[in-house]
Design a binder for this molecule. Sequence first.
Ligand code: ADP
Length: 257
Amino acid sequence: MFSTKLEYIRENNVSQTMEHILRRMLIDMPDKPLEYIHELTKSPVPPQFIIAGPPGSGKEAQCQALIKRYKLVLISSGELLRKEVSAGTDFGKLAEPYMKNGELVPNKLVMAVIRSRLEQDDVKEHGFLLEGFPRSIEQAELLEAEGITPHAVIILDVSDDEVIKRIEHRRTDPATGTVYHLLFNPPPDDDAALWDRLVQRAEDFRPAVEMKLKTYHDIIKQLKTYYGPLVEIVDGEQNIKNIRKAVLAVAERRRLK
Ligand code: ADP
């Protein structure tokens, strides 16, 4: 039981539920608001989450867990942009030079690509898990301008030291592209040829990782500033099963019911 009304409101995401109804009403501006609310609340609200984590945080595995549980659509900005580029679309042609130079694609362009994905039926029906976007307060504001607020912003917390430890031990087999980890997932002992072939990718060198971490911390600072109480920090240094448990618990607590 809830000891106070405020606690009840918090535990049941009542403010966000009310906000959801109001937002939808302001989009549709129905003639009969009460009937509209009645209709609207008959169907469940699909979950909407943002997830972020430093390189090597195991974010992919957690995305998969959330997708499996809620049938969410994963919307990854990097992946969407790469698809646009390889399909040779207008968006892709505009984005390609930035991506090739390792620069951020202009806000409005990424937003346009994300928007066209958000508008598709599968997202409307099942909800979404946004990854890689927003990366700044400006991008969060663009998302907000589309009428979209997440139900939670899930951040996998892994210390810089741990990230460096995880990534520095990565080795790649250039013949197959398989990525190994010298401590957690080493190649078979008896495959001497494979051991000889292993290389460390330039992106896994320490200075490159440190640069990425610097950028990542800046992104997280902005997300925390913008989303405040919606942010949920999950300890990403526990074993992977416990991380999954914690992530799913957050999602269940935060989704609108
Ligand atoms: P990375 O970790 O290198 O940024 P991603 O796959 O997330 O890898 O993104 C690939 C590229 O797509 C980025 O280098 C950037 O050019 C572009 N991109 C992805 N997300 C965004 C975003 N939110 N804002 C601007 N550019 C983005």
